[in-house]
Design a protein around this ligand. Structure first.
Ligand code: HEM
Length: 203
């Protein structure tokens, strides 16, 4: 377990940090009429990145796949109990509890960006604006839970998980490493997505 092995492919890492940036951008511009275009662009980028991440969860590399990190509630509770007793196994990919927050972030991101788009297009009424606010603030709360979870599990597992999301590398056995980034597939997917989003950009 002393080797540094590649677990997060490059598309997953770029997607993650762009998601963090565009979410922050959407939040700091949400109250300003002057920055409304930037707010929309950031929200739209959040939507594009999450759509990319959802597809990547099926076609991406091993630890980016949903099948690798979505677990039953009983499994998650067992993991948390073991973690606080200092007996949890260190997973090469996402830990089962962090994965729950990740799924919530993706769902709330979809709800927030799609409702924002619908508000701008004037589809629906006041309830859509309320949904947009509710989803966005819930997502902000989840981001804090996410960051706190990352810091706690970094401490308990004795590895800097933020550094791992930058370099893609964690400690593990050679046979657990992914063999590449699947960058060509990611580029193809991104081109299709950007085309679709460009087409659907509000007038
Ligand atoms: C400075 C702020 C942030 C830090 C330090 C951070 C850190 C991390 C780390 C270390 C991981 C990997 C966790 C693991 O090892 O299992 C991760 C995953 C993830 N984070 Fe963050 N994060 C931040 C902000 C955000 C924001 C704002 C969002 C969403 C809006 C977000 C969404 C995600 C998602 C979706 C994943 C899963 C990555 C994947 O499999 O594609 N993060 N984050």
């Amino acid at each position: 377990m002393n080797q540094r092995i590649l677990v997060w492919d490059l598309p997953t890492r770029i997607c993650h940090w762009m998601l963090a940036l565009s979410f922050a951008g959407a939040f700091v511009t949400c109250e300003s009429e002057r920055l409304c275009n930037i707010h929309m662009l950031c929200g739209y980028t959040v939507l594009g990145l999450i759509l990319f991440r959802l597809v990547w969860g099926f076609v991406g590399t091993r630890y980016a796949r949903f099948s690798e990190f979505v677990r039953s509630p009983a499994f998650v509770i067992r993991y948390l109990a073991q973690l606080f007793r200092g007996r949890a196994k260190y997973p090469p990919g996402h830990n089962p509890a962090g994965a729950v927050v990740i799924l919530l972030l993706l769902l709330l991101g979809i709800a927030s960006s799609v409702s924002g788009w619908a508000v701008y297009e004037e589809i629906g009424g006041d309830w859509l604006e309320e949904l947009h606010d509710y989803a966005s603030y819930s997502m902000l709360a989840m981001v804090f839970v996410h960051i706190a979870g990352v810091l706690v599990t970094s401490y308990l597992h004795g590895e800097n998980l933020i550094g791992a999301m930058i370099t893609g590398r964690k400690r593990g056995n050679a046979n657990q490493a992914i063999s590449g980034n699947k960058s060509a597939i990611a580029m193809l997917l991104l081109t299709v997505l950007i085309g679709c989003l460009f087409w659907a950009w509000p007038e």
